[in-house]
Design a protein around this ligand. Structure first.
Ligand code: GLU
Length: 317
């Protein structure tokens, strides 16, 4: 499918000017660092599966990856342990509950269901084969970097802020351990999960990470493979459809029709397989945990470019 490249830049600019004065939402406050980020920041980027980069606004500001990190640890775990085992141990269904729900774990025999909620993400981390927590962390960091096409780094400021307040996640990790769905030491898994959320990316990095998914796991800027098994990409996209935008995932699929993922740092990513990825960042969140400006901008750009996975007839040649 070919998209007029000038239409991409126009859609990115229009979305930025349409939503920049939107005052809706509030920064996440349960992680002190996130509460302190300037709420006016707003950046957008599109990266195509053949490596063209479009950007506007605060697209080079580095923000915390947060929940979007779950996508890339999921990729690493699927790639290393294989799809059947990953599916059996973690799952592929929406929980219908908030991202940090304890009730969702209790309701489903301690099975996390989705790798894109906190329980499933920690279980996913624990599945990645490694001899130590440090080795597991380095694998996750290398995977984030391979998808982004540059060295992604941990923010000590974000990590310290999260590690000193992540008691709820620690409780979930122990719950999973008691139910047999945590495959390493639970506090190690929680620690590594917290670190993976505390790396910094720009909107351009995030769009590049998504474009690597769109290009079946090969980074379109570096031309290097970020995964060894491209057949994990469709299940990754399915998981993103199920649970990518928290409890608003169904609404997102209905209205936008693209697999996506958001994080409480204010990032939102959407992927049109084979074509491109759209990323936006702005800190204030709606009650579901999705950035207000970023969610609107990504949805509008997708619509302007006529990108919707469920409109397959539009792409028939
Ligand atoms: N580190 C955050 C947490 O575990 C990430 C949550 C998110 O972005 O949804 O609470």
């Amino acid at each position: 499918m070919k998209i007029d490249k000038s239409a991409i830049q126009a859609a990115v600019q229009t979305a930025h000017s349409d939503f920049t004065s939107d005052q809706g939402g509030q920064n996440a406050s349960y992680i002190p660092y996130l509460a302190s980020v300037d709420p006016a920041l707003f950046g957008i980027s599109v990266v195509t599966a053949d490596g063209e980069v479009f950007e506007t606004g605060d697209s080079s500001f580095e923000f915390a990856l947060e929940s979007i990190s779950k996508v890339f640890s999921m990729a690493r775990a699927m790639d290393e342990v294989g799809l059947p085992q990953f599916h059996e141990k973690v799952g592929a269904d929406p929980t219908g509950e908030p991202f940090n729900s304890v009730i969702a774990v209790a309701l489903h025999d301690d099975k996390p269901l989705s790798p894109l909620v906190n329980a499933g993400a920690m279980s996913t981390v624990s599945l990645i084969p490694a001899g130590s927590a440090e080795e597991r962390w380095q694998k996750i960091l290398a995977t984030q970097s391979a998808f982004a096409g540059r060295e992604i780094k941990l923010s000590d400021a974000v990590n310290d802020s999260e590690q000193s307040t992540n008691f709820h996640n620690r409780a979930i990790a122990w719950l999973l351990y008691s139910g047999g769905t945590m495959y390493s030491d639970p506090m190690e898994a929680c620690d590594v999960y917290t670190r993976q959320c505390s790396t910094l990316v720009t909107a351009v990095d995030l769009a590049t990470m998504g474009a690597t998914i769109a290009a079946r796991g090969t980074n379109p800027l570096t031309k290097k493979a970020a995964i060894t098994h491209p057949d994990i990409v469709p299940p990754m996209l399915a998981e993103m459809t199920m649970e990518g935008l928290y409890t608003a995932s169904g609404d997102w699929a209905y209205r936008v029709g693209l697999p996506g993922k958001s994080g409480v740092g204010g990032g939102v990513l959407a992927v049109m397989p084979g074509v491109l990825a759209i990323a936006a960042f702005s800190p204030p969140l709606d009650p579901a945990g999705n950035s207000v400006r970023a969610r609107k901008a990504v949805a509008q750009i997708a619509s302007a470019l006529n990108l919707n996975l469920y409109n397959a007839s539009d792409y028939a040649t």
